[in-house]
Design a protein around this ligand. Structure first.
Ligand code: PEP
Length: 236
């Protein structure tokens, strides 16, 4: 399974270094074979060798240039980063990134061979508007994205479940994931208020290939506990 941590705008470089070192130690002890991804804040990126794959939460679709406030591919290369999160709901809805911009980012980092975790998910108003409206909204987030890209991972994250403590029912996750699996055979993660207490039931769902965890991943022991839960489930 794929267990990913989005650290968002949290943890300084020093704290991130400690986090990664602690997590590497815990993984070494447990001998976990799960794929573990950690996305630190941009200024906390560090070169990292080990079991954990460190990825960028965001970068501009350029090697370098006049894009004030952004970082480009050459800045990621400095840290050996070859994994990127694209389309997170906070970038879509808080930072206002359009589908067109996300497609540019996707194509640019795809050309560089990056592993891309591409996020989709609906706001509450669309969920409440009924299945047709909701699926139309989610379908539009797939527009322009090469779904056959071999280094693609999709993360379904309902916007209303991110950082709120709310989650869809297990049946809702299963049904929605089954539909998304019909569109694309890439591994499909669930994200939105996953924590130690609910990780097992979510990851046990047939159509869930892993989880993308925000708030609950900030505690390294909790994140490690979720990695261990994934390992246990895989043994069965
Ligand atoms: C996220 O940021 O991708 C996320 C799922 O956050 P949280 O786990 O806090 O809901």
């Amino acid at each position: 399974m794929i267990i990913a941590a989005n650290l968002k705008t949290n943890l300084t470089r020093k704290q991130t270094t400690e986090y990664l070192n602690t997590l590497e130690g815990l993984i070494q002890t447990s001998k976990s074979t799960q794929e573990v991804l950690v996305f630190p804040a941009t200024s906390s990126l560090i070169p990292h060798a080990g079991h954990i794959i460190v990825g960028a939460q965001n970068a501009y679709p350029a090697v370098n240039g006049a894009f004030t406030g952004e970082i480009g591919a050459e800045h990621l290369a400095e840290f050996g980063i070859t994994t990127i999160l694209i389309g997170h709901s906070e970038r879509r809805h808080v930072l206002g990134e359009s589908q067109e911009e996300l497609v540019k980012k996707f194509n640019f980092y795809k050309e560089l061979g990056f592993k891309i975790v591409y996020c989709v998910g609906e706001p509450l108003s669309l969920r409440e508007a009924g299945e047709e409206a909701m699926m139309e909204y989610i379908d539009a987030q797939y527009e322009g994205i090469d779904l056959s890209y071999e280094n693609l991972i999709i993360a379904y994250e309902p916007v209303w479940a991110i950082g709120t403590g709310l989650t869809p029912t297990l049946q809702d996750i299963e049904e929605l994931h089954a539909k998304l699996k019909e569109k694309c055979s890439a591994p499909l993660l669930y994200g939105g208020s996953v924590k130690v207490a609910n990780a097992k039931e979510v990851m046990a769902l047939k159509s869930v290939d892993g989880v993308l965890v925000g708030g609950a991943a900030l505690n390294v022991n909790d994140f490690n506990a979720m990695i261990n839960i994934a390992q246990e489930l895989e043994k069965k």
